[in-house]
Each structure stands twice: as structure tokens, then as C-alpha cells.
Design a protein around this ligand. Structure first.
Ligand code: ADP
Length: 208
């Protein structure tokens, strides 16, 4: 990403799985902030008939296609599972396309600032060092574990495994300019979000 290209002021929103990123992003969206989601980007860049999908097929073979010509995500997941080299080959294709997707979508934004939801911000660092600010949603491991089990209806073991597969809470906090503590109720988020929104509007308009 060319940091000098015309684009709005950008906050990166990250946090561990089930920390509350989507819940927080919805609140900023309700305040008029433009939200762009890396997971949406990662799906769109390998949609049927895209150069991204062609590149994935060229690398992993036609076995990663469904009979309808879409990406067979579970097959691809199985191919890269526990295979760091294969995962790296996939990421080498997808990450630049996601960056280009952000670049393209950011130029169309009219809002005062944009928020980019990037679950794997720390894992993909320094790809997003061009962001103006980083907000990390934080909860204790115990709360994360129970919210993840509840949301995805999964066992304690699987939840633990999914959490362990990500960067540590500490690594995420080290990257943060701002930390949003989501250990309280969802209603308690409103006050935190309102305070951060005021601050971000000031920073975006150059008043701070
Ligand atoms: P992420 O997008 O980071 O994976 P979600 O926003 O999906 O996380 O939140 C994970 C789960 O926790 C969801 O079921 C959500 O409704 C719930 N949740 C989020 N924030 C709170 C909160 N403050 N109190 C209780 N439950 C919450």
C-alpha cells in the first residue's frame, strides 16, 4: 500500500478470535464510520472468475475448485493445514490482493475516517504498518474462551486450540495505540466507543 495515495484516515481494528471485533465494528458503523473487513476482502479476491482464484488454482491445482467453479474452502484448508510452506504459498497470493482490495475501496470512501477490521493484523505485520492508528479489542483468556465456545457452539478443547493458533494477547497489546477493554457488558461498549470516536474524528481532521 502506498501510504501517500489519496485515502481517508485509517484505524486498524484487531483482537483475538471472539474478542468482540465485529460487535465493536458495528457500533462504529452506526456512528457513520466506514468499515472495511479483511475477511470480506479475502473472500472477494478469490471469488469465481477472479485473477485471484486463477492464481490459487495454478498453485494448488483444480482440486481446490467445486464443480461449479468456486473455491472449495474446506479442501484448501485441508491442503494447508499444518503445512507452513503451503500456507505461505497461499498467503503470498492472497495478501497482496487483499491490500489492493483495501486500496481500491478506500479511495471511494467519503466518511470522516475508515476502520479496517483485520483479525490477523499482528500475524501479517508489517503489511499494515501504513495504518494511522491501531485499536485492539481485549478480553481475558477465560472470557475469550467462554465467548468463543458459546458463539461457535464448540468444545472447550477446540476453542483452546483455535485461541492457541493465533498470536498471543501480549503480542496484540504491544501493537496497539488504543486498547478497548470488552470484559464488561455489550452496553458498556457504547461509552468506550463514543470516546474513541470523538478522538478519531479529531485526529482524522488534524485537530489533535
Ligand atoms: P470477533 O469478531 O472478535 O470474533 P464477536 O464480535 O463475534 O468477536 O464476539 C464474540 C462473541 O461474544 C459474540 O457472540 C458476541 O455477541 C459476544 N460478545 C461480544 N462482546 C460482548 C460483551 N461485551 N458481553 C457479552 N458478549 C459479548
Amino acid at each position: 500500500m502506498n501510504p501517500t495515495a489519496a485515502r481517508p484516515w485509517c484505524v486498524g481494528l484487531s483482537g483475538g478470535i471472539a474478542s468482540g471485533k465485529s460487535t465493536v465494528a458495528r457500533r462504529f458503523q452506526n456512528l457513520g464510520v466506514a468499515i472495511l473487513d479483511a475477511d470480506v476482502a479475502a473472500r472477494e479476491v478469490v471469488a469465481p472468475d477472479t485473477p485471484g482464484l486463477k492464481a490459487v488454482v495454478a498453485e494448488f491445482g483444480p482440486q481446490v475448485l467445486t464443480p461449479q467453479g468456486a473455491l472449495d474452502r474446506s479442501m484448501l484448508r485441508a491442503l494447508v493445514f499444518n503445512k507452513p510452506a503451503a500456507r505461505q504459498r497461499l498467503e503470498t497470493i492472497v495478501h497482496p490482493l487483499v491490500q489492493a482490495w483495501f486500496r481500491q475501496h478506500l479511495t471511494a470512501i467519503q466518511a470522516c475516517y475508515a476502520m479496517l477490521v483485520i483479525p490477523l493484523l499482528v500475524e501479517t505485520w508489517p503489511a499494515y504498518r501504513w495504518l494511522d492508528r491501531i485499536l485492539v479489542v481485549d478480553i481475558s483468556l477465560a472470557t475469550q474462551h467462554s465467548r468463543l465456545m458459546q458463539r461457535d457452539d464448540i468444545t472447550a478443547d477446540l476453542a483452546e486450540h483455535m485461541i492457541a493458533a493465533q498470536s498471543s494477547r501480549q503480542a496484540r497489546l504491544q501493537r496497539a495505540d488504543d486498547v478497548l477493554d470488552n470484559s464488561g457488558t455489550e452496553a458498556a461498549l457504547d461509552t468506550h466507543v463514543a470516546t474513541l470516536h470523538t478522538r478519531y474524528q479529531e485526529l482524522a481532521s488534524g485537530q489533535a
